[in-house]
Write a protein that binds this ligand. Structure first.
Ligand code: 5MM
Length: 336
């Protein structure tokens, strides 16, 4: 096993998954203001520190993706956030893209930026404790999108990012996210997601990325949130497995899905069925942002000093996601 493969396995094996706490300040401000909390750097740290010091970090969280602000912050006792995360046995990770901007000559689409100066930033993040990284390409689904231009340019950026990250001895999470916004069918989502993922691997291979030392973070195959089509979790799991089977090379150790705006329960139930029906060799787990944090954030906002109440909600959610990553979740356990 290569060192990179060992890191990847530590993040995703044995029912562990990843906590995506890498909201940029803009996104975090939206999340905090939605629950009437001021988005100050102290409050952003306080909420995150509450989660990172939860009991469930030991058993269910293999790694935490941080944002640049957070990896530089310290706890009340003066410990770095990376040390806090490492003390639970999880690995600190870092989002290294600098965001999605309008794509020239296709302004309704996005291109993710952040390659300039990345090699130097990676060295700094490694010194700050990061052992894995994340870059997200984001795509709309409509009749004409994602365009070949968006598919090609984002795949190339993801591959250049992944190669640089491996050169710096960290595991790149490769995240192509096709948004659930729109009225498209699940079949359309399947076709377009497969096309995007295949192109990503074409570029990753061209850039000589070691596929056994990456983690793919894709969306599940869902119908659009404005679509009249309602498909069951069973169908979601089958279509998602079909997509992974037809587009991911077998060297990749595992898939850590994003939740993409699904409710906490839907994201858990769908992952559980993906694992129950898993006919691939890949580990299938979670790298959830909202689907791990929503409930905890709500409770925290009611009384930010009641650390235990927030941690209880987070511990339960992380445990449910972990059971789903093993195909052992049920509604009964959820409501226990
Ligand atoms: C945590 O949210 C990330 C978004 O960051 P930006 O502020 O840069 O948009 C996002 O990339 C996240 O890691 C994934 O989308 C997974 O989160 P969800 O909520 O979709 O599970």
């Amino acid at each position: 096993m290569s060192e990179l493969n060992k890191i990847a396995m530590k993040l995703i094996s044995s029912g562990k998954g990843i906590l995506a706490a890498d909201e940029s300040n803009g996104t975090m401000t939206k999340r905090l203001e939605a629950v009437n909390i001021n988005s100050t750097s102290e409050n952003r740290l306080l909420f995150r520190e509450t989660l990172f010091s939860s009991e469930s970090m030991r058993e269910y969280i293999g790694g935490v993706i941080l944002y640049d602000e957070t990896i530089r912050q310290k706890t009340k006792s003066g410990k770095s956030i990376s040390d806090l995360i490492s003390s639970s046995g999880a690995l600190p990770g870092i989002k290294v893209d600098t965001g999605a901007k309008d794509l020239a000559n296709s302004h309704e689409e996005k291109i993710t930026e952040g390659l300039d100066g990345l090699r130097e930033r990676l060295k700094e993040y490694y010194d700050l404790g990061a052992r894995f990284t994340k870059w997200r390409g984001v795509y709309n689904i409509t009749e004409k999108y994602p365009s070949k231009l968006a598919i090609h340019s984002n795949a190339q950026a993801l591959a250049r990012y992944a190669a640089l990250v491996q050169e710096n001895n960290m595991v790149p999470i490769v995240e192509p996210e096709l948004l659930m916004d729109g009225d498209h069918s699940a079949e359309t989502c399947l076709i377009k997601t497969s096309e995007v993922i295949k192109k990503c691997f074409e570029e990753l291979i061209l850039h000589k990325v070691d596929l056994s030392g990456i983690i793919l973070k894709p969306n599940m195959i869902l119908s659009g949130n404005q679509s009249k089509e309602k498909i069951s979790s069973e169908e979601i799991s089958k279509k998602t497995l079909e997509c992974i089977n037809n587009s991911v090379p077998t060297e990749v150790p595992g898939i850590a899905f994003l939740s993409g705006g699904q409710s906490e329960i839907d994201a858990t139930e769908n992952l559980n069925l993906i694992n129950k029906n898993n006919n691939t060799k890949f580990i299938m787990t979670y790298s959830y942002g909202r689907a791990l944090q929503q409930g905890a954030l709500k409770v925290w906002s009611k009384n930010t000093k009641d650390v235990q109440a927030t941690q209880n909600i987070f511990n339960h959610r992380a445990k449910m996601c972990s059971l789903a990553a093993l195909g052992k979740w049920s509604k009964e356990l959820e409501n226990k």
